[in-house]
Design a protein around this ligand. Structure first.
Ligand SMILES: Cc1cc2nc3c(=O)[nH]c(=O)nc-3n(C[C@H](O)[C@H](O)[C@H](O)COP(=O)(O)OP(=O)(O)OC[C@H]3O[C@@H](n4cnc5c(N)ncnc54)[C@H](O)[C@@H]3O)c2cc1C
Length: 378
């Protein structure tokens, strides 16, 4: 069976890897669009603290995704070293009051019964928090969540694509155009050449609407621009610094090996596919980072990355077969959580493309859901 996966971000790379493992002949096409979300993403894996956790569909998928990651990372290292920056470093939720600290701690402890991956949950003083992440302000207490992880999305996607190639997948560079005939996706056209397949997977991130146009189906995915700043605190050893989530701000800080601290990020609707770094974006990110961690004021500026989060009609991913178009599968709309959920979502998409049981209920994730309603209403 031949499967064409369009898009080699985290979702497409994972899909190509799983489809290859399941014995499919895989072609992975990517147009190297500026603003790939995977290459810009921070890499925080800590869904239990998200406001979205109140949606059981989103939360179950997020928890399944968290459980899927360690085994996947192990698989990738079986054939040789693959440093994907994955580490359980824990997270600190910075709080403003003792009341908030108790409330956050109790909410996490209640969730832990069904999600033991959350690990130890502890109340820390500001001084204790600063002992773990030295640039932090000392007057903010925190709740620590031992199970939180971080991963380098760019490296994970590259490692997945390499592992797919090792199992026979072929990578092609160029913009793919969907080819549909009589209600069926029959393949794609890349650089003027038509390539046929039994199934096509649209792992095209924020560009999914444009890719699906030839199928004549409305899909509600829009880009949400994120600007994120990388700093160096050399020569500090940052490899085990936790993720920091200042409560209520929507911003965060995390660290990787090599004295690298990542702070972000903007969430900009309406910027379209404009992938510029803006003065306002930089100011917002740095203001929030320094408010949480004034000790970063002396850090060196390394770079700013810009990515387009693929945002669907609601927070749930768009995942599964496209009703009315045989052979077409969508895996998109992962929004701000695609580095957490993308590896799992890509694997589910591969199973759907190969007509295997997906392992989850796809009905609430119907790729056409709200766009259909909007089209009918308007
Ligand atoms: C600043 C920022 C911070 C983030 N932080 C986190 C985080 O901490 N934790 C987390 O879980 N998630 C985070 N995310 C979200 C996460 O990065 C995204 O949800 C995820 O990367 C989306 O992956 P994707 O594969 O769907 O899309 P993308 O990574 O955007 O990949 C889509 C690919 O499709 C290709 N493509 C599109 N159209 C075509 C075509 N016609 N032909 C060929 N190729 C095509 C593009 O070139 C691109 O490579 C963050 C995102 C941003 C921007």
């Amino acid at each position: 069976m031949r499967v064409i996966v369009v898009g080699s971000g985290i979702v497409g790379a994972s899909c190509a890897y799983t489809a290859s493992r399941l014995g499919a002949e895989v072609l992975l096409a990517d147009a190297a669009m500026p603003g790939q979300a995977t290459a810009a993403g921070a890499g925080i894996v800590c869904p239990w603290t998200s406001a979205l956790a109140d949606d059981p569909v989103w939360y179950d998928l997020a928890c399944a995704s968290v459980r899927y990651l360690p085994g996947l990372v192990d698989e990738l290292t079986e054939r040789g070293p693959a440093d994907v920056g994955y580490r359980q470093v824990g997270a600190l939720i910075q709080v403003h009051s003792g009341y908030e600290q108790r409330e956050v701690r109790q909410r996490l402890l209640a969730r832990r019964a069904e999600a033991p991956e959350i690990g130890d949950v502890a109340a820390l003083t500001g001084t204790e928090a600063r002992g773990l992440f030295p640039p932090l302000r000392e007057d903010r207490a925190a709740v620590s969540v031992a199970g939180a992880c971080r991963v380098d999305g760019r490296r994970l996607a590259e490692a997945l694509a390499r592992a797919a190639v090792a199992r026979g997948a072929v990578i092609t560079a160029g913009r793919a155009q969907l080819v549909c005939q009589r209600g069926r996706a029959t393949g794609v056209m890349v650089k003027g050449q038509v390539i046929e397949a039994d199934a096509v997977v649209a792992a095209t991130g924020a560009w999914t609407g444009a890719f699906l146009e030839p199928a004549g189906v409305p899909v509600a995915v829009t880009p949400q621009r994120g600007q994120i700043v990388h700093l160096s605190v050399a020569p500090a050893d940052t490899g085990r610094w936790p993720v920091v989530l200042p409560a209520g701000s929507g911003h965060y800080l995390l660290a990787f090996e090599g004295s690298r601290v990542v702070v972000g990020a903007t969430r900009e609707k309406g910027a379209g596919f404009d992938n510029r770094v803006t003065a306002g974006g930089l100011a917002e990110v740095l203001r929030n980072a320094l408010a949480a961690a004034p000790g970063l004021a002396g850090a060196s500026y390394l770079e700013t990355r810009v990515g387009f989060r693929p945002v669907g009609p609601d927070a749930r991913p768009l995942l599964g077969p496209v009703p009315g178009v045989d052979g077409l599968v969508v895996a998109s709309g992962l929004g701000a959580n695609g580095l957490t959920m993308g590896p799992y979502a890509g694997a589910v998409a591969a199973r759907v493309a190969l007509a295997q049981p997906p392992g989850i209920d796809l009905a609430p994730l119907d790729p056409l859901r709200a766009a259909e309603h909007a089209a009918a209403a308007g």
